[in-house]
Design a protein around this ligand. Sequence first.
Ligand code: ZN
Length: 118
Amino acid sequence: MAVNHEGATAPLFKQLIMAWDIYGNTLQRGHCEVHPWVHDPYPCCLCYSDSERHEQADRQRQEYNEAIERDYYKAEREEFCNKNYFRYRMINKLLRVLASVSIRLEQIKNRYEDRLPI
Ligand SMILES: [Zn+2]
């Protein structure tokens, strides 16, 4: 980084009215503090393009992370389904049997309700 010797030796009033860029060098009037070679006050056109580039990179990174996350959970879900396929098929069949038994019991109860002792 360049060191500004002029600023250090300049009288206080001159230091107060002088502007500095982010590298510690004197800044010419009307130039960007971040891009001192650009004759455009801060934020200059380069600042805007940098910011846009950063935002675009952030968006791409976020999309990439979301895709990775989506793939991860999809793979996990598929693995879970494959691992538990037989178990859930059996549970499903068992529930169907229980439901049909329950319906049958309800029918039997309705048929013999009158004959049951109170
Ligand atoms: Zn700039």
